[in-house]
Design a protein around this ligand. Structure first.
Ligand code: FDP
Length: 349
């Protein structure tokens, strides 16, 4: 081959490796996975596959709305479904067919689904988080946690299998359907981000060993609810203002979390007058993100204690959530502890 030609090919995009596909990554790292028997790997593949289908639906959301608005049915005659219900069906179907999950708990369902099979894993999933953003073309996400069942395979699923602390997760992740689609994953050995290459139908490792900066300048909270926050939290927000932090709030948890993971920052959904326990669900949203952030070097708290140490008593339990850069979460916690010393909010706002 002509040397000049070889050099030009070398420096062109063709010469660059496409990178590590998710499947390959899972295979290479399988021995690092807890209970490395291959089942967890298969489970993660099932989740990735369902997320590709949901990604396709999300990208068609506008078209689905148009068809829905006309009150029409789709080509196969099915009634159009809301995207979050659709996502729930996609993930439940993939996990059921895959056979590695024995039970699914979903933000979309009242109770858990016992799959009555030989599977060893319990999945908690919020199939489509940020639903108020679906209709307006803003990033949304899927959040999932994976637990090992506690009772013997072959017996009915019990409360013990379902109501596990976040610290017992063996894997967790989220998919962000945004300007690009990403799957961010931990199995307890760091956090790795994969970007979806639609033309190849594959996730590729794009963000290995993700670490959240110890400090940041971004705070993410629905500040419109400020008058209903505890005085201590309002004091923390004044701290953010006086330090000229940047306010960023998409209102889609996965998108806000992802940005802060990359840039450093804190996301807060606190207790409010309307939601005294906060709005977010411990088992479907907070535990997975808490596991991820800790694996990336950050922190997740309910203002007083580590989120992963909370023993759930109800499936749809809510918790206040402070998550992000370690130092920022610790400063926020310090403000919460000083609650009694704070002046009344009306004097300051
Ligand atoms: P949504 O209600 O749109 O589903 O957990 C749900 C969630 O979104 C989060 O994704 C988001 O961060 C939060 O609620 C937004 O709540 P507010 O509108 O109260 O800020």
């Amino acid at each position: 081959m002509n040397k000049a030609y070889a050099t030009s090919v070398e420096s062109s995009r063709i010469a660059h490796s496409i990178g590590t596909a998710l499947d390959r990554f899972i295979k290479i790292n399988q021995d690092q996975f807890p209970y490395a028997s291959g089942e967890l790997s298969q489970l993660l593949r099932d989740i990735a596959l369902a997320s590709k289908v949901v990604n396709r639906e999300v990208n068609k959301a506008g078209l689905i709305d148009i068809m829905g608005a006309a009150g029409s049915a789709n080509l196969t005659g099915d009634e159009q479904q809301k995207l979050d219900v659709l996502a729930n069906i996609r993930f439940s179907r993939a996990l059921t067919k895959g056979g590695e999950a024995c039970a699914i708990i979903s933000e979309e369902s009242e109770t858990f689904l016992d799959l009555k099979n030989q599977g060893k894993y319990v999945i908690a999933i919020d199939p489509l988080d940020g639903s108020s953003n679906i209709d307006v073309n803003v990033s949304i996400g899927t959040i999932f946690s994976v637990y090992r069942r506690k009772t013997p395979v072959g017996t009915p699923i019990s409360q013990e299998d379902i109501m596990q602390k976040g610290s017992e997760q063996v894997a967790a992740g989220y998919v962000l359907y945004g300007s690009s689609t990403m799957l961010v994953l931990t199995t307890g050995y760091g956090v790795h981000g994969f970007t979806y290459e639609a033309s190849l139908g594959e996730y590729f490792l794009s963000h290995p060993e993700m670490r959240i900066p110890d400090d940041g300048k971004i705070y993410s909270i629905n500040e419109g609810l400020c008058d209903t926050f505890e005085p201590s939290l309002r004091a923390y927000l004044r701290h953010c203002h006086s330090n000229e932090y940047t306010a960023r709030y998409v209102g889609s948890l996965v998108a806000d979390f992802h940005r802060n993971l990359l840039k450093g920052g804190i996301y807060i959904y606190p207790a409010t007058r309307k939601s005294p326990q906060g709005k977010l669900r411990l088992m479907f949203e907070c535990n997975a993100l808490a596991f991820l952030v800790e694996q990336a070097g950050g922190k997740a708290s309910d203002g007083h204690r580590r989120v992963l140490d909370i023993l759930p008593t109800e499936l749809h339990q809510r918790t206040p959530f402070f998550v992000g850069s370690r130092n920022m979460v610790e400063v926020a916690e310090a403000f919460i502890r000083e609650e009694a010393a704070e002046p009344l909010p009306s004097e300051n706002y």
